[in-house]
Design a protein around this ligand. Sequence first.
Ligand code: FAD
Length: 494
Amino acid sequence: MADPELVDVVVVGLGVGGEEVAERLAEAGLSVVGIERDLVGGECPYWGCVPTKMMIRAANALAEAHRVNELAGSAQVQPDWAPVAKRIREEATDTWDDKVAVDRFTGKGGRFVRGSGRLDGPDRVRVGDQVFQARYGIVLGTGTRPSIPPIDGLGDTPYWTNHQAIEVEELPESLLILGGGAIGLELAQVFARFGVRVTVVEAADRVLAVEEPEASEVAAAALRADGVIIATGVKAERVSHDGQSFTVHGGGAEFTADRLLVVTGRRAHLEELGLETVDVDASQRYLPVDERMHAADGIWAVGDLTGEGAFTHIAMYQAAIVVADVLDQMRRTKGGPDPSGTASVVGGAAGVASAVGGAMSAGGATAAPGSVPRADYRALPRVTFTDPEVGAVGLTEQQARERGINVQVGYTDLTTSARGWIHKAGNAGFIKLIVDADQGVLIGATSVGPAGGEVLSGLVVAVHAAVPLSQLRHMIYAYPTFHRAIEDALRNLK
Ligand SMILES: Cc1cc2nc3c(=O)[nH]c(=O)nc-3n(C[C@H](O)[C@H](O)[C@H](O)COP(=O)(O)OP(=O)(O)OC[C@H]3O[C@@H](n4cnc5c(N)ncnc54)[C@H](O)[C@@H]3O)c2cc1C
């Protein structure tokens, strides 16, 4: 066994979060080893955000074409999956090849190791026969994998996870989707718009159960209008596959389709990380971190692994904090090269991983001493990219009430706004505001509509900066925008 090799920082898992940390620290002049067992970039560019949003773009183009009949004459569309599959293969994923991303990292001075990394005692990471000793710290960004529920028979069937659903070249005639969360609904609507007979089976009593009930209703109605069958309150008890088709048994009913997609949540695999060698409990669901992403002495964690919200923007936000903190700690406690001013925003190289990095990497953390930002998730935005989009930030009404907050709620239906009325076909949506009446500030909001995710930005600023309601009431909202409905919802607060 070779002696441990001394480097500045070891990053295990180069998904969205790990890649960002590794690249920025390498750029800052540190010797960084980045370990990735699959594809550099992780889930988002290859099997997550980017390809699903390409699918959604295509499916929405079809839906818009159908709306011509109501607004502008007549149009006939002939859905064809081939260009979508081709775009995902060629433009998004380079046929699931990460050469561009690896080259980008090594081009910034990082050292790349393909393999599974595992902690091997304090400051050490083992990958195969190699052991690296980290002078300044170890960053874990190992993400999550699909959580497959223990349903009788399911494990013996050739079910799909998001990987097969994204890689599909020829669509099935029918598809069962287990799980009516954001991923399940986005994919259900896409496939339905391409002519697949889709059924969503959800155990909770409504889809998008983490969001406001009104959002669940609008999303379910939109999917039903696309022909999706939605079965809520159905706990799948047994799954069978006869070589041709899948049957899900549950709630006294049976659902059958050519394919079965399981999107019932995701799980971190802490047991694989060697956490016991650094006295960290590996039996937890996620790896808890403090507000500077410390998981243990000399160990930081970023992204889905931390359980703070499974979003690319969270991974990037946390990565910026880790970069600032590693550089700050290095400077203050261990000495070493002064990297101030050398850490820069990553992004811009060709390939889809850069589409993620370029879009998200202005996370804002700087390495100036004493200025390391602390994580603050009060204004965490989340968007389900169905049509209509469901954007939400902060607390839901129920969460706010459970916390004993003196809540006021403001609601307005988008179809009654000037822009909603003008928009007509495809105008479903609403704005719902959750206010802390004692503080006079927004603490949560939901924006559903044709541009629900974009309209959300103003609401995120309001929650993040605790903008007083009086200010929100007396600002000017452009006419006739969708976001002008925020003013109506403010007027309706009670
Ligand atoms: C279908 C789908 C759609 C999504 N859409 C969106 C969206 O629209 N917007 C959004 O914000 N988020 C979206 N997400 C979530 C987003 O993809 C994740 O939040 C993001 O990828 C998390 O990044 P990460 O760095 O934490 O982990 P990951 O991207 O999961 O990367 C972790 C990496 O670590 C590697 N790894 C794991 N263990 C080891 C080990 N021991 N050694 C070496 N390497 C290891 C893995 O191979 C992987 O590459 C979506 C997810 C899915 C599945």
